[in-house]
Design a binder for this molecule. Structure first.
Ligand SMILES: [Zn+2]
Length: 95
């Protein structure tokens, strides 16, 4: 379950990325990666895994090694999601 909703100290809900390897929050995009297998499953999709950069090798080792995997840094994920979900221009406060 890589995405969870937490409330900050002002009780504002904040989507939070959880590391699929160690189970703790990924606090900054610069400290995380998004990984997936290169070969799609029957429905043409692959599951996404989120890891801290330090946890990525352990996750891949537990799943047979790093061959056949791709990844992007979490810093790239918002842009990819914005495109995939056809969000359009972001409000100024989110840019
Ligand atoms: Zn981790």
């Amino acid at each position: 379950m890589p995405l969870k909703m937490f409330c900050d100290s002002d009780q504002h809900p904040l989507p939070t990325v959880i590391c699929d390897q160690c189970g703790t929050r990924i606090e900054t995009a610069a400290d995380g990666d998004c990984r997936w297998r290169d070969i799609a499953e029957g429905d043409g999709a692959t599951n996404l895994y989120f890891t801290h950069k330090r946890c990525g090798a352990t996750l891949l080792h537990a799943r047979g090694g790093d061959e056949g995997w791709s990844s992007i840094g979490l810093t790239q994920l918002p842009t990819r999601l914005t495109e995939a979900l056809k969000v359009g221009p972001l409000p100024r406060r989110l840019q």
